[in-house]
Design a protein around this ligand. Structure first.
Ligand code: NAI
Ligand code: MG
Length: 353
């Protein structure tokens, strides 16, 4: 029996509704796979904690999290109570940086039973590998002077080490999928970092002669995600480009409420963190109508990372069965509650096992 110790941080808003729902699905999955079990440890960190303690997580929080196999997080942020830059940097981004979660992985797939806003979409199924530690989101630069003389400088930092790590990961992933990696570049407009990005891509691709590669400028790539998303397998992108592309990815799936994500420490030196793309959705909190699918699919990504791909695939199939049967929350045009969707997913999971 493999027992995994998982730190659970429901966080704020609907995180407290969708995380318990996803844990029920993961528990059901562990019952199906007799060799797998979980030990959940709950951490009450978030904006409410901040209001009581003046900080988003306890001082020994990072050290405590390092003892776990993985972290399962809901969402962070209650902008009416705590400013976003405090809540996100004090918990979410702190964990990503301290645990060296240098890869952000976000799948985009046309789910069975879901209406994409694209007209007659072909069957798309791809993954964006986003460099998660540097690039355009580097704390380097400054502002000087005021008024008309004011100057702002923002440096983008690209290291060979981190660029290579993201690209190698993308190639390894493609070799288990459809053998195609697309590099998001902009070397026609950005004069140093993106030609460097292209050079590293060419170096890495030499080690994977069986994988087809394409290099596409980010502006054209954004358009292709709308016009022909079915041609992609794995897209590797810098921090900023990946961030923007994955919101577009969530949009073409039909709702941000279904989009999953993982922040990976691929060296497995520290735990990775699994959290859906969406936030705390203050506008619908407490009504029991949040879509649990993003969080459930995120749980599937955690199972994949732990090596339980088969049961992970069953979970996604059970989600699609549920959507196909018309059991959907309001964001997808349905009337079902969080609990009804979760019950249906668990029922369909048991049916498939
Ligand atoms: P949001 O993702 O929370 O909500 C955007 C819209 O999508 C809302 O109308 C919401 O009701 C809807 N929505 C989101 N998830 C849903 C779900 N599972 N089911 C049904 N509808 C859903 O983004 P917003 O409103 O910009 O941010 C709210 C708070 O969340 C802010 O404090 C923000 O900083 C934070 N946030 C946190 C993230 C994280 O923890 N990773 C990511 C994005 C935002
Ligand atoms: Mg984003």
């Amino acid at each position: 029996m493999n027992t995994f110790e998982i730190a659970v941080i429901p966080g704020d808003g609907i995180g407290n509704e969708v995380v318990p729902a996803a844990l029920r699905v993961l528990e059901a999955a562990s019952e199906i796979d007799g060799g797998l079990s979980f030990k959940w440890t709950n951490f009450p960190w978030g904006c409410q904690y901040y209001l009581e303690h003046g900080k988003m997580m306890s001082d020994d929080g990072i050290a405590a999290l390092k003892n776990f196999d993985q972290i399962f997080l809901g969402s962070v942020g209650m902008p009416n109570l705590v400013p976003d830059h405090i809540s996100l940097w004090g918990l979410l981004i702190k964990i990503r940086r301290e645990m060296k979660q240098a890869i952000n992985l976000r799948p985009v797939k046309l789910l069975r039973g879901l209406n994409s806003p694209l007209k007659n979409p072909k069957d798309f199924d791809f993954v964006v590998v986003r460099e998660n530690s540097e690039g355009e989101y580097s704390e380097s630069g400054g502002r000087i002077h005021q008024g008309e003389e004011e100057i702002a400088i923002q440096n983008a930092i690209f290291t060979r080490k981190s660029t290579e790590r993201a690209m190698k990961y993308a190639f390894e992933l493609a070799s288990q999928q459809k053998n195609h990696v697309t590099s998001a570049t902009k070397s026609n407009g950005i004069t140093y970092s993106m030609p460097f990005w292209d050079d590293v891509f060419q170096d890495v691709q030499k080690h994977y002669p069986d994988i087809k590669t394409t290099s596409t400028h980010i502006d054209a790539l954004a358009a292709f995600l709308v016009m022909k998303p079915e041609v992609f397998d794995v897209i590797v992108a810098s921090n900023l480009f990946g961030d923007i592309l994955t919101d577009l990815g969530g949009a073409i799936m039909g709702s941000i409420g279904v989009a999953p994500a993982a922040n990976l420490n691929i060296e497995r030196q520290y735990p990775s963190m699994f959290e859906p793309v969406h936030g705390s959705a203050p506008d619908i909190v407490g009504r029991g109508i949040a879509n649990p699918i993003g969080q459930i699919w995120t749980g599937k990504m955690m199972l994949d990372f732990l090596g339980y791909n088969e049961i992970g695939s069953l979970i996604l199939a059970a989600v699609e069965d549920t959507l196909e049967s018309g059991i959907k929350t309001g964001d997808l045009g349905g009337t079902a509650t969080t609990e009804e969707v979760t019950n249906a997913v668990i029922k369909n999971l048991k049916k498939r096992s």
